[in-house]
Design a protein around this ligand. Structure first.
Ligand code: FAD
Length: 416
């Protein structure tokens, strides 16, 4: 029953919590398919999201699938990898699966383009309003809708697209899995005459202020609008992770790239955020989680936008096909698409949490043009265990080897 302070309950097919890429993709696909959709975000329209703004060819492919015009983005041809003295610049390979270009699209503009498309498709958008799931009184693990801003909205499906776990995840028992890796990253912007560069740049040999090798990378992502996105990210498997000072790490990295990129001063204070790489649950009765809320971030490169777009579209397709089976089918299908690859990535992150393995591995990763091509495929999210050719073979072999070595790697990981 509605409380006296609450308005009478409203009803929609899908209520979405969070208007980032994952929530917007869900809303676009569902509303275009004829479902009634409401999207809530606690931030105002036009909010920024701390991000590198980098889109791999796979992410551009997902934007194409959604019919989003990417003219406003800065297109990039490939990746420049730097490890110590070695620099390798490679273009994305042409594949039948993905476009041959990636992009850099500052999140303020990318997210606005996506959520505008959701609105145009007919989704109702509600800003500056926190939404929380309503649990069924008679079946406490069942979600029946959301409450937000004094409104009570009943929904056949609640989609949690709330980003890195917070209050909603805690209510649903969907926090990240303890003992599994996650990431932290920090970024800022600066002006650079090289803003029109057509390659993403990743420095793989990062060190903290004590000289410890950091499993992660520093990036320069040219935005084509006079600015570049500068950032560093690290995996929680590194020695001393809890003491890692991201502000010092980004300042040290800036020191390295300042001259070659002729950087102006930072345009804003560097800001950091979490990269969740697991979730205890990603579905239940009446709800499912997409994007970061489902722990869908690639540990090999920190990429999450593509997974948000793909999982959001998948959730809506399954709901439109059959609302009764959508949450279970989603868990199965999102698992088939991503779980084994992301598990390999998490195992890999334990491997490179050992500094000596990281150092020798990096030399190898860019040692020859051919091996750098495989590194590019992995860093560029162009490969999974289904991929034919050398990169797919290496990934499959790595998966098998890492599966055997995993218990030892976890145990012997340099204690944080
Ligand atoms: C520093 C950094 C760099 C990164 N670089 C890249 C990169 O270059 N490329 C890439 O692909 N990925 C990158 N990522 C990851 C990427 O930012 C995320 O994977 C992506 O934003 C996930 O999208 P999402 O829609 O799941 O969540 P988000 O974009 O986080 O959106 C979640 C939304 O939910 C809202 N919300 C939360 N709780 C509630 C609530 N209770 N009620 C209403 N609204 C709520 C928030 O306000 C927010 O707008 C980076 C991450 C970090 C931290």
């Amino acid at each position: 029953m509605d409380s006296p302070t609450m308005k009478p309950a409203e009803r929609v097919d899908i209520a979405v919590i969070g208007a980032g890429p994952a929530g917007a993709a869900t809303a676009i696909a569902a509303a275009r398919g004829g479902a009634t959709v409401m999207v809530f975000d606690k931030a105002p329209y036009g909010r920024d999201k701390v991000c590198g703004d980098g889109l791999t060819p796979r992410a551009v492919g997902a934007l194409n699938d959604l019919g989003i015009d990417i003219e406003d983005a800065h297109l990039v041809r490939g990746l420049r990898m730097i490890a110590g003295e070695t620099t390798r610049e490679l273009d994305w390979p042409a594949t039948a699966r993905f476009p041959d270009h990636g992009a850099v699209w500052p999140r303020r503009r990318l997210d606005a383009a996506l959520i505008d498309a959701a609105g145009e498709a007919g989704a109702e958008l509600v800003w500056e309003t926190e939404a929380l799931p309503i649990m069924d009184d008679r079946q406490p693990d069942r979600v029946i809708g959301i409450q937000a801003g004094g409104r009570r909205i009943l929904a056949d499906l609640v989609v949690v697209a709330a980003g890195a776990p917070g209050k909603v995840a805690r209510m649903l028992g969907a926090d990240r899995v303890e003992n599994e890796p996650f990431g932290l990253a920090i970024r800022t912007y600066a002006e650079s005459p090289r803003h029109g560069d057509r390659h993403l740049e990743a420095c793989l040999t990062l060190k903290d202020e004590f000289g410890t090798a950091v499993p992660g990378y520093g990036w320069m992502f040219p935005a084509g609008d006079g600015t570049v996105n500068i950032g560093v990210g690290a995996l929680s498997t590194m020695k001393g992770f809890k003491k890692l000072n991201l502000n010092k790490l980004i300042a040290a990295y800036r020191g390295i790239v300042e001259d070659p990129w002729m950087l102006g001063p930072n345009l804003e204070r560097p800001r950091a955020w979490r990269l969740p790489m697991t979730a205890q649950r990603r579905h239940g009765h009446g709800w499912l989680a997409v994007g970061d809320a489902a722990g869908l971030i690639n540990p090999m490169n920190g990429e999450g936008i593509d997974y948000g777009l793909e999982s959001g579209m998948l959730a809506s397709e399954l709901f439109l096909a059959n609302p009764a089976t959508a949450t279970n089918r989603y868990d199965i299908e999102v698992g088939e698409r991503f779980d084994s690859f992301l598990r390999t990535g998490r195992r890999f992150s334990f491997l490179i949490g050992h500094p000596w393995i990281l150092r020798s591995g990096l030399k190898m990763a860019v040692g020859t043009q051919a091996i750098a091509g495989i590194t590019l495929s992995v860093m560029g999210n162009l490969v999974d265990s289904e991929t034919p050719g050398a990169a797919g073979f290496v990934l499959k072999a790595a998966d098998r080897t890492l599966a055997t070595a995993d218990p030892v790697l976890r145990k012997t990981r340099a204690a944080a």
